[in-house]
Design a protein around this ligand. Structure first.
Ligand code: GLN
Length: 475
């Protein structure tokens, strides 16, 4: 039905447009939806009211895509949801944005996020929090909370997020949508405002697995502008989707089912593992012995890189500059004091401390060694399995404010997603059920580097066969 266009997936809209649907109708449906809902949800940092279809066709011709606010779009506000970048309009497109445009996508706006992608709750944005469409008193997850909430509430068809320690997968899980962090190097980071350059990846947040495959196919691939992008051919993810896991070896790491994990989450994930078994996969117990050190290593490496990456925001080059400074040093100090929020300052302090002489060996170098151990854990495990299945997040969405003043509790929300970033692996979160109170639960599937096709195969098969109730949030 025309009035339900906002409910569609990208691949469904492609078919409708082939049969004559005008893309402007899709945009009208989304704008109407945004006008009614977004004052409640707060998923958008910016709505692009002048979005339109470009001539030229392409894989995403006429499909609206929402881009996270840390990805540069030429001439449009790109602020990382931070006061310090207010007014910054990049003079160039990120490579992913260039590719979206080339393939005909319609850029519908910028998604709200935790300031500079520091966080798991989307509460630290200078635009105010994003709320979870399933329960407006709860957080949508973070840092790509705006992207996930907008997809879950049908305010966009697809979205891009970024994931440094879980920021695509955790909000996807908490909002009941699909989110994929690609292999490190699969997608160009050129034009992604850096948080931790050795961990960051851009990836799709979508309503189903097929759309994730479609969107990854557009943004993936070698880019000479990013020296860490890898020159490996991009498979046609969307057309190679297969619904079959017979003989696939599904690894279940014992370290991911420990005390502290929510009972309903654990039960849903265990049920999901049985679904794979019933579909002919072989379930194998594996061990990732260094898992318990992942969060600690991440909170050294992540802030260390962030403190260096954020040094460029000094009032001289981009965005905000404190007024009436007495001299240059005063301008730097006041710009950074006024421009950065609390969590950004905490990360800069932590990172600078870990990198300072005398502490570098004790903290940063040690964390790098732990990172290598974690990578070795996965290398060993993948001798015995093709995919690894775990919960995405230890709990469903928590209440707004619940962890805002307890950074350590907040940091633990990413306990199951951080290892894939440290090891550079691809990982997806797909819906695998609901709690009794109606909150979505996510299932994480990881695989070897550049084995996104295997992840899609498992995720697609699960989505088609698992009999997960298709619900929409009541809004
Ligand atoms: N929540 C994690 C952090 O605060 C991960 C964020 C991310 O992936 N960008 O660092």
């Amino acid at each position: 039905m025309m009035e339900d266009l906002h409910l569609s997936t990208g691949h469904e809209l492609k078919v409708l447009m082939r049969d004559g649907l005008e893309s402007a109708k899709i945009l009208d449906a989304l704008y109407a939806r945004i006008d009614v809902l977004d004052s409640k949800i707060g998923a958008f940092a910016l709505v692009n009211r002048k979005a339109h279809r470009r001539p030229g066709g392409g894989t995403l011709d006429g499909i609206p895509v929402l881009v996270k606010d840390n990805i540069c779009v030429k001439g449009e506000d790109t602020t990382c949801s931070s006061k310090i970048l207010k007014g910054f309009k990049p003079p160039y497109d990120a490579t992913v944005v260039r590719r979206l445009k080339e393939e005909g996508a319609v850029l519908i706006g910028k998604a709200n996020m935790d300031e500079f992608a520091f966080g798991s709750s989307c509460e630290t944005s200078c635009y105010g929090p994003t709320r979870n469409p399933w329960d407006l008193e709860r957080i949508p997850g973070g840092s790509s909370g705006g992207s996930a909430a907008a997809v879950a509430s049908d305010e966009t068809i697809m979205a891009l997020g970024s994931d440094t320690g879980g920021s695509i997968r955790q909000p996807a899980a908490l909002c009941g949508v699909v989110g994929l962090k690609p292999t490190y190097g699969r997608v160009s980071r050129y034009g992604l405002i850096a948080f931790a350059s050795s961990l960051d990846q851009i990836g799709p947040i979508t309503k189903d697995v097929e759309d994730a495959a479609l969107l990854l196919g557009v943004i993936a691939g070698y880019d000479e502008m990013d020296s860490t992008s890898v020159d490996i051919p991009v498979p046609d993810y969307a057309t190679s989707l297969a619904s079959d896991v017979k003989g696939l070896r599904v690894g279940v790491p014992k370290e991911y089912f420990v005390k502290g994990i929510d009972r309903e989450v654990e039960a849903a994930v265990k049920r999901s593992i049985n679904v794979f078994k019933d579909l002919g996969a072989l379930v194998v117990d594996i061990s990732l012995p260094h898992t318990e050190y992942a969060v600690s290593a991440y909170y050294i490496i992540g802030p260390a890189e962030a403190s260096s990456n954020l040094a460029r925001f000094d009032g001289a080059h981009y965005g905000y500059r404190a007024p009436d400074a007495k001299n240059m040093l005063d301008m730097y100090v006041r710009t950074r004091s006024e421009g950065f929020g609390r969590e950004a300052k905490r990360r800069i302090l932590l990172g600078t401390y870990c990198l300072s002489s005398g502490y570098y060996d004790a903290y940063y170098l040690k964390a790098l060694k732990v990172r290598t151990k974690i990578k070795e854990d996965f290398d060993n495990a993948f001798k015995f399995c093709d995919i690894i299945v775990t919960p995405t997040s230890p709990t469903p969405a928590f209440r707004i404010g619940e962890k805002a003043n307890d950074p350590l509790a907040m940091y633990l929300s990413d306990i199951f997603t951080i290892p894939a970033n440290l090891a550079g692996l691809p990982g997806i979160s797909i819906p695998c059920g609901f709690t009794r109170s109606g909150l979505p639960i996510g299932l994480q599937i990881m695989a070897k580097p550049f084995a996104e096709e295997t992840i899609f195969r498992a995720a697609y098969t699960f989505e088609r066969n698992a009999d997960i109730e298709k619900r929409k949030p009541k809004l």
